[in-house]
Ligand binder design. Sequence first.
Ligand SMILES: [Zn+2]
Length: 57
Amino acid sequence: MARPRTKPALCASGRHRPDIHRTCDDDGVTRTHCLDCRCQLVRTLASRAWYRSGMFF
Ligand SMILES: [Zn+2]
C-alpha cells in the first residue's frame, strides 16, 4: 500500500502522529515531530497533549 503524498487528513485536522523518539527539556517540554507531515510537535506537562509548534528551535 502506497502512502498518499498529500497531507494526511488527520494532520490537516490537527491530529498528528508523534514519533517515538522524543527529546525532553529541563522545563518539562517534550519535543518530537509528526511521522506523517514531519511538523514539529511540542507537549508540556500541563497540557498532556501534543501541539504543533510554529517556532523552529
Ligand atoms: Zn502531522
